[in-house]
Design a protein around this ligand. Structure first.
Ligand code: PEP
Length: 249
């Protein structure tokens, strides 16, 4: 059975004091759903966040990592470094990384392999741009992103992959894919996985939706059969809003 997951991506927000304050607010929230809850602070706040949340149900995850184990990669952080501060899940392929840091499918393949080799679960993000959707190419684009970065993996490795469909035109824009658009794409992704692997593998993988999920639209989006949760940006920065989304299942 695949899991429901709600992951908050805090991006490059919150210094240490602000992170501590947000974590204190999170700890005051009540969880009424069965979702797995995760938050992704910046690298500098991972250690502190892990310690502050280690007795809670909230998992602390990373926003990115390098593919190399160590060495001359100034400014980068490796899988083993993440593990050493308690991180067991990493977001890879976020559209902001692809757009602003030139992350390609080829690079992401290396990162995915490095994470899995270190027993780190991957939340793999992908999604089409507005022009792709307008030209009706969204499925082709998404299929190639998944194929290029993941389809070299054995079916068994997919147990450590969570997919996050994030249409670029809906991230941080206030514009959300309709619940039907999300469902159609998630169903297409699951079918693509079934074609490549098998039904059991496809049905076992959690597929999250990301793109302007808010307390007001989460319930309808999460009610769709192939939507297993959300990757949340802006609304994850307020504990009440984040838990309204967590509890929308
Ligand atoms: C994201 O950055 O992954 C995201 C979905 O952001 P937002 O919720 O702000 O659109």
């Amino acid at each position: 059975m695949r899991k429901n997951i709600v992951a908050g991506n805090w991006k490059m927000n919150n210094d240490l004091a602000q992170t501590n304050a947000l974590i204190a607010d999170l700890k005051n929230q009540e969880q009424t759903s069965n979702a797995e809850v995760m938050v992704a602070p910046t690298f500098t706040n991972l250690h502190q966040s892990f310690n502050a949340l280690k007795d809670s149900k909230v998992e602390v995850i990373a926003q990115n990592m390098h593919f190399a184990e160590n060495g001359a990669y100034t400014g980068e952080v490796s899988a083993s470094m993440l593990k050493s501060v308690g991180v067991e899940t990493v977001i890879l392929g976020h559209s902001e990384r692809r757009a602003y840091f030139n992350e390609t499918d080829e690079l992401l393949t290396k990162k995915v392999d490095a994470a899995l080799a270190n027993n780190i679960r991957v939340i793999f993000c992908f999604g089409e741009e507005l022009a792709d959707r307008k030209s009706n190419n969204h499925e082709t684009v998404v299929k190639s992103q998944i194929t290029n970065a993941l389809f070299h993996l054995e079916a068994s490795a997919l147990q450590n992959i969570v997919l996050a469909y994030e249409p670029v035109w809906a991230i941080g824009t206030g514009e959300t894919a309709s619940p039907e658009q999300a469902q159609d794409m998630h169903k297409y992704i699951r079918q693509t996985l079934a074609n490549k692997y098998d039904e059991k593998t496809a049905n076992g993988i959690s597929i999250l939706y990301g793109g302007s999920v808010k307390p007001t639209n989460a319930k309808e989006i999460f009610s769709k059969p192939d939507v297993d949760g959300g990757l949340i940006g802006g609304a994850a920065l307020k504990a009440e809003d984040f838990y309204a989304i967590v509890n929308a299942f």
